[in-house]
Each structure stands twice: as structure tokens, then as C-alpha cells.
Write a protein that binds this ligand. Structure first.
Ligand code: DGL
Length: 272
């Protein structure tokens, strides 16, 4: 048993979609969330740079006594999950990979779409899932430049995001796909609009609930589950502006919560 928090991080608000599912499954666990909004978006950065951010954030979360670290970001998982496990032996990490497997297995027409960042498409996790599970399907990948920024602004409904997503999704529909992988943790916040555009004939695969189940399994296996009852404590930090993340929490999670500020100094995060 451990009442230390589960540490969760992302470049920005995307990992909140994972936090939401973890909180729904394990209400009494304490959660500690770090948004690296000074550096968002990660998706067009070199993998090496994202690896550096991920290591600095992990050191910060561990200094705050995190008992497990969730890399709630496809881009950071692709760039850094293997090296984090090597650099921090003994620390349980749960990462996230593009959900190509369930999409490929479920596709009747054997054609699937994947929305992800350029860095995710370049990373080793994507190459591995394609090699293992998508050999017999046609995979149509699309990066979505600018979409992370729209969601960071809390615009998950409305005309701007609808027009943007129609521009991405209509050509994918013309390719004849019947399954769509949300390969970036920001995108589940736009699920409703995506569903309206693609219609009922396309299965949308959101990996976040699976990540939450994996976190629960790892905690149980290691005897690290929390012992508390009632809702656990949620703490939020950002390397960007506190008010920005506070607003996003209100818009995306309907939650009022104070946000602490951190800043980068020589590759380390310190509280301001
Ligand atoms: N939420 C992210 C992901 O899952 C990061 C997107 C970005 O910062 O570009 O890939």
C-alpha cells in the first residue's frame, strides 16, 4: 500500500484525458500532474530534446514522491519510454503507444487511420506496433499541425476546430477507413466533434481508458495501491502560466483547482 501520488505528465493539457480516466477508475488515488506548457507542442521537436524534457520532469515528479510515472503523451512515450526505464531503474513507468492493435483487429475493411504528431510517427513505439499488428492493413497516417494549440486554448467545440477536423478527416474517409486511432492524448478532448464528422461507420480508438487499467494493474502487482477512501488529492503544476492551466481544467474537466508554477533551469524543474 502506498498513498504517494501517481505522477502524470504531458507537454500540456493532453495528459488530462489520461488523468480523467485514471481518476474515474481509481478515485481515491492521489494524483500529481505536470504540464510542460513552456515547451508545448512537443510533436515537431527532435526526439532527443523530448527525451531531455521527459527526464527532467521525471526527476521533478520523483522528488514529489511519485510512486509511478505515467507518460501521458504519445510523443514523449515514443521518444523516451525506453530510456526512462533505463535511467530510472526500479521506477514503474506506464507509457502510451498508438492504439494500432485494436484498430487493426477491429477493422473489417483492413484500412485504418492514425492521427498523431510527426515525432510519434518517427518514434520506435509506432514502428513496433505497425510491425507487430498492422502488416495486413492499410494504414493512413496524418499529422495535425496546429491542432494541439487549438485544444491547448480549450477550444474543443465550435466552428474553428470543426473546420480544422473536417479538413483532416474527410480525406481519410475518402481512403475508405473504418477505424481511427487517436494517437495524441490531446485529441480525445475533441472526440464529440470527431465522432460527428466520421459518423457511426468508423470506430474511434482512444487508448486512454486502457492506460488507466494498466496503471491499476501495475500498482496492484507491486503492492502500491492507495489505502485511502473518498476522493484523492489532485495537484497540478505547469511550466507555463498557472491561469492558463486553471482555465483548461475548468473547460476540459469542469474542475476548479489551483495550479503551481515550475520553471526550467539547466535541465531541471524547480517550483516558483
Ligand atoms: N499530448 C501529446 C501526445 O500525445 C503531445 C502533443 C504535442 O505536444 O505535440 O503526443
Amino acid at each position: 500500500m502506498s498513498d504517494s501520488p501517481i505522477g502524470i505528465f504531458d507537454s500540456g493539457v493532453g495528459g488530462l484525458s489520461v488523468l480523467r480516466d485514471i481518476a474515474a477508475l481509481m478515485l481515491s488515488e492521489n494524483l500529481l500532474y505536470l504540464a510542460d506548457q513552456a515547451n508545448v507542442p512537443y510533436g515537431h521537436r527532435p526526439l532527443e530534446e523530448v527525451r531531455g524534457f521527459s527526464e527532467g520532469i521525471t526527476r521533478f515528479l520523483l522528488a514529489k514522491k511519485a510512486k509511478l510515472v505515467v507518460v501521458a503523451c504519445h510523443t514523449a512515450s515514443g521518444a523516451a519510454l525506453y530510456s526512462l526505464r533505463e535511467s530510472f531503474p526500479g521506477v514503474p513507468f506506464v507509457g502510451i503507444e498508438p492504439a494500432v492493435k485494436p484498430a487493426a483487429l477491429g477493422s473489417r475493411v483492413k484500412a485504418i487511420g492514425v492521427l498523431a504528431t510527426p515525432a510519434t510517427f518517427e518514434g520506435p513505439l509506432f514502428a513496433r506496433v505497425v510491425e507487430q499488428f498492422a502488416k495486413d492493413v492499410r494504414l493512413v497516417g496524418r499529422t495535425c499541425p496546429g491542432l494541439v494549440e487549438i485544444i491547448e486554448a480549450g477550444e474543443v467545440n465550435g466552428e474553428r476546430i470543426r473546420r480544422y477536423l473536417e479538413g483532416v478527416l474527410h480525406p481519410l474517409l475518402e481512403e475508405g477507413i473504418d477505424a481511427l486511432v487517436l494517437g495524441c492524448t490531446h485529441y480525445p478532448f475533441a472526440l464529440e466533434t470527431i465522432r460527428e464528422i466520421v459518423g457511426p461507420g468508423v470506430a474511434i480508438v482512444d487508448p486512454c481508458p486502457g492506460v488507466a487499467r494498466q496503471v491499476k494493474r501495475v500498482l496492484e502487482e507491486r503492492g502500491l495501491s492507495g489505502s485511502g477512501e473518498g476522493a484523492g488529492e489532485r495537484r497540478y503544476f505547469t511550466s507555463g502560466a498557472s491561469e492558463g492551466l486553471e482555465k483548461a481544467l475548468r473547460l476540459l474537466l469542469c474542475q476548479e483547482a489551483p495550479v503551481g508554477r515550475v520553471r526550467w533551469l539547466d535541465g531541471e524543474l524547480e517550483e516558483v
